[in-house]
Structure formats: structure tokens, C-alpha cells
Write a protein that binds this ligand. Structure first.
Ligand code: DX5
Ligand code: ZN
Length: 228
């Protein structure tokens, strides 16, 4: 069963000089969680932020879930610091961990929800063995590293395949899409099975966040109503 739709703006596209203010405005406009893209210039060719930024958002007064997307390798050593800094959900790419099962257990043992992230070229068969330990599955619809890239259409098939597996598991697992999401394509993404939508450039590069959330939710709603 799909969870209620959530828009998760990626702060990779936010105004870093006034991050607290920008994130608060996004949440006030109706965003449901804050997506934090952590990059290490090793797993991906870009460098962003660490646990200090999560902590700073918490200190600023942000109480919404912090959805931390680790694009780092290795992953285990930094997970406790993100949990300590206020992360709610921590996702990682399984190929960046020598022991993905152990990493999922580590995240949960620290009181956070655990997510697995799949790049466009990655198969999803390992879910056969790991689905009972995940709270979120993140489908990358761009190659990780940068905001502002175009949506890769094969992600739609991957979403439907994972949606079937989630429904068969009977567990309440969020299915998140990340990369190139816009009000134009969010309808087909939702129809393919996603319920959690990371939006970076198509969120923070718009002038009116309230309108942006409305446009995104309208796109999701249109996909849910029967076409005639
Ligand atoms: C890419 C990141 C995404 C990115 C999304 O590596 O994981 O979260 O910021 O940005 P847009 O929505 O602009 O593709
Ligand atoms: Zn991300």
C-alpha cells in the first residue's frame, strides 16, 4: 500500500547562505520532510555537507523529518554522527557498504529509519533478502552527484517492480524517487508507485514555494484520478 504522498525538497538546491530560513519556508509551504544529500567526492564526484548541517537545522528549530541520503563510501563510520545530529531516516547505496545487512541494522539500532538507494544501473534483486529490514527504498532517476539533471525514464519500470515487492511484503515501506522530478513528470512517477518525491532544482529554484507544492500535489492528484 502506498503511503500518503510527501514532498521532500533537497537542500542541495537551497540557498546555503540562509539555509534555516529557506528550509523553514519550504516546510511552511507544505513540504513534509527535508532531503539532505551528503556527498564525499569519492563515491560521487561532488562534495556537500556532513552531520554539522543536520545539527544546525535542528538547532534552528526544524522539527520535520531529516531524510539523509548518504552518497559516501564507506558508510558505517559516519552513521552514528548523523543519528546524533538529528537524522530521522538514513539511506545509503548498498554497493558502498561491504555488508548492507549490517549497515541497515546499525541505522535502526541508533533509532533511525533505514533506507536503501538504487542507482539507475543497479539491479534490485537484493531486496529479496533485505526488504524486511528497510523502511524506505530510494530509486535514483539520475546518476548521483548533482542536482538539475534530467529524469531517466527507466526509473519508472524500476518503481513499478519495487512497488509490487513492497505490496507483497505487506510492510509500510516508503518508495522514494530522487532526481529530475518536476510538476510535469510527477504524475507518471506517482502512477508507477512512488509516494515520496525528492525535488531539488524544481523546488528551490522557483519563486513561490506554496505554488510549487500545489503544482506538485496537483500532478500527483491528476495521476490518481481516473482518466476519461
Ligand atoms: C542527486 C541528489 C538529488 C538531487 C535532486 O545526487 O541525490 O537529491 O539533489 O535534484 P534535482 O531535483 O534538481 O534533480
Ligand atoms: Zn538525494
Amino acid at each position: 500500500m502506498k503511503q500518503l504522498p510527501v514532498i521532500a525538497p533537497s537542500i542541495l538546491s537551497a540557498d546555503f547562505a540562509r539555509l534555516g530560513e529557506d528550509v523553514s519556508a519550504a516546510l511552511q509551504a507544505g513540504a513534509g520532510m527535508v532531503h539532505v544529500d551528503v556527498m564525499d567526492n569519492h563515491y560521487v564526484p561532488n562534495l556537500t555537507f556532513g552531520p554539522l548541517v543536520c545539527n544546525a537545522l535542528r538547532q534552528y528549530g526544524v522539527t520535520a523529518p531529516l531524510d539523509v541520503h548518504l552518497m559516501i563510501e564507506p558508510v558505517d563510520a559516519l552513521i552514528p554522527a548523523f543519528a546524533e545530529a538529528g537524522a530521522s531516516l538514513i539511506s545509503f547505496h548498498p554497493e558502498a557498504s561491504k555488508h548492507p545487512d549490517r549497515t541497515l541494522q546499525l541505522i535502526r539500532s541508533l533509532g533511525c529509519e533505514a533506507g536503501l538507494a538504487f542507482n539507475p544501473g543497479m539491479p534490485i534483486e537484493m531486496l529479496d533478502y533485505l526488504i524486511d529490514k528497510v523502511d524506505l527504498i530510494l530509486v535514483m532517476s539520475v546518476n548521483p552527484g548533482f542536482s538539475g539533471q534530467s529524469f531517466i525514464p527507466s526509473a519508472l519500470q524500476k518503481l513499478s517492480d519495487i512497488r509490487r515487492r513492497i505490496d507483497a511484503s505487506g510492510r509500510s515501506i516508503r518508495l522514494e524517487i530522487d532526481g529530475g522530478v518536476t510538476p510535469k513528470n510527477i504524475g507518471s512517477i506517482s502512477a508507477a508507485g512512488a509516494d515520496t518525491f525528492v525535488v531539488g532544482s524544481a523546488f528551490f529554484n522557483t519563486p513561490n514555494y506554496v505554488e510549487t507544492v500545489q503544482n506538485l500535489l496537483r500532478g500527483i492528484g491528476d495521476s490518481a484520478s481516473p482518466s476519461c
